[in-house]
Design a protein around this ligand. Structure first.
Ligand code: FAD
Length: 389
């Protein structure tokens, strides 16, 4: 099988990249190890993805935003951050930014389904499902991906979008700095009696963190981070016990709580690839940068990264140049690293500071929040970052 581009992984990053090449005349193969049904009808996975204005812009350009059912899109107008029992909450309001909304929440499975629907029938696109890539090798002016069933796909460029635990990254000889935070995150939806007014809330407590994400109606998503023993206990609770536990942790902020739907637990591992490119290959999405979810930047960064790579590839294609050349890939590497590194490093600092039980870290985090609360320019800078188109 011969294509211009082969994308490994039909997750949101890989499929958005394939969609970015629509109409260019480039042929694209997308290889996904999960069966077709898991791509066409992805199950609810508990993740509610907070999208920035810049991400909305990219999704609009890809013709995806208008495909979302408005009932699935919830506005984010306010964000509050509290430290333990402290009365000082840092409040980032949409009034600090350039828009009435800081961003939007869209369920991950809805994003996945929508982009899968959009690429179905895309001219020049071939989707191979139910079979993973097990080897990659450079061959002359191209690259080959060998599938688990022995089939070989040849292309001018290979794009790995096969998750933060990317096997293809390793096959390409690219290392990654990984940090296992030793904690797990539970995500689940609940109904409540006190309205949220579309405000998100994050409590950095001692030994655990809890975030509440406002969904449409009196419905929210709880994002609970706990150490292993505490998480084992939470997972063993029935719905009534978990609701009571969350109600206690959120200090009555949402009134009475009733669990609804399934719970999902994720190990927390941050990953930053040593480089995002190899000969005739590039990493996108979590395979390049796997963020800790606390700052809700993973997919936002993945969307931007795939857009940068697509820009470079399309530019080369228009100029009649080689789309997989070292020069094209070096430009992507430079641009994406410059954008991703500060966000990754900033998120790591927040995570280390708020996970640490050392007395100095406790003082530092409380002081940081108090200072930030009293610094309107700081609040405005965060709001501007989120609302920047
Ligand atoms: C709890 C939680 C909350 C989050 N909240 C936010 C948020 O609010 N905002 C935000 O921006 N981000 C958020 N994220 C991050 C976001 O979910 C990820 O960044 C995004 O899903 C990554 O997409 P991806 O396509 O890179 O990888 P994935 O979604 O992991 O997809 C990878 C795909 O590759 C396939 N694959 C793997 N190996 C192979 C192989 N060898 N051959 C073929 N296929 C293969 C897999 O089956 C899968 O379909 C959150 C993450 C978590 C865990």
């Amino acid at each position: 099988m011969q294509f211009d581009v082969v994308v490994v992984g039909a997750g949101p990053a890989g499929l958005c990249f394939a969609r970015s090449l629509a109409g260019s005349g480039l042929s694209v193969a997308v290889v996904e190890k999960q069966p077709l049904q898991a791509i066409e009808e992805p199950a609810f996975d508990g993740r509610e993805i907070a999208l920035t204005h810049a991400s909305r812009g990219i999704l609009e350009k890809l013709g995806l935003w208008e495909r979302f059912d408005p009932a699935d899109v919830s506005e984010l107008r306010d964000a509050r951050v509290s430290d333990g029992d402290s009365a000082h909450a840092l409040r980032i309001s949409s009034a600090d930014g350039r828009s009435e909304r800081l961003g939007w929440l869209v369920p991950n499975h809805v994003i996945r389904r929508t982009v899968a629907e959009a690429v179905a029938g895309q001219e020049g696109l071939g989707l191979v499902t139910g079979c993973g890539v097990q080897a990659v090798a450079g061959r002359g002016t191209g690259i080959e991906a060998t599938l688990e069933d022995g089939r070989v796909i040849r292309a001018r460029l290979l794009v790995a979008a096969d998750s933060r635990f990317s096997q293809v990254r390793r096959m390409l000889g690219i290392g990654a700095a990984m940090r296992d935070h030793g904690t797990r995150m539970m995500v689940c939806r609940f109904k409540h009696t006190v309205p949220h007014h579309h405000a998100a809330w994050e409590w950095f407590d001692y030994g655990h963190t809890l975030a509440l994400l406002p969904l449409n109606g009196n419905l929210s998503s709880a994002v609970l981070t706990l150490g292993p023993a505490e998480m084992d206990k939470a997972e063993a609770m029935d719905d009534a016990a978990l609701a009571a536990d969350l109600q206690r942790r959120m200090r009555g902020q949402r009134g009475e709580v009733t669990m609804t739907g399934t719970r999902h637990v994720y190990p927390l591992v941050s990953v930053y690839a040593e480089r995002f490119v190899a000969r005739r290959a590039a990493l996108v999405g979590d395979a390049a940068v796997g963020m800790h979810p606390v700052t809700a930047h993973g997919f936002n960064l993945g969307l931007q990264g795939q857009a940068r790579l697509a820009e470079e590839v399309l530019q080369a294609h228009r100029n009649g140049a080689d789309i997989g050349s070292d020069a094209v890939l070096a430009r992507y590497q430079r641009r994406h690293n410059a954008a991703a590194l500060p966000i990754y490093a900033g998120t790591r600092t927040v995570v280390e500071l708020y996970n640490s039980q050392r007395p100095l870290a406790r003082v530092l985090r409380r002081t940081t929040l108090r200072v930030a609360t009293r610094l309107p320019p700081f609040r405005r800078a965060i709001a501007a970052h989120l609302t920047q188109a």
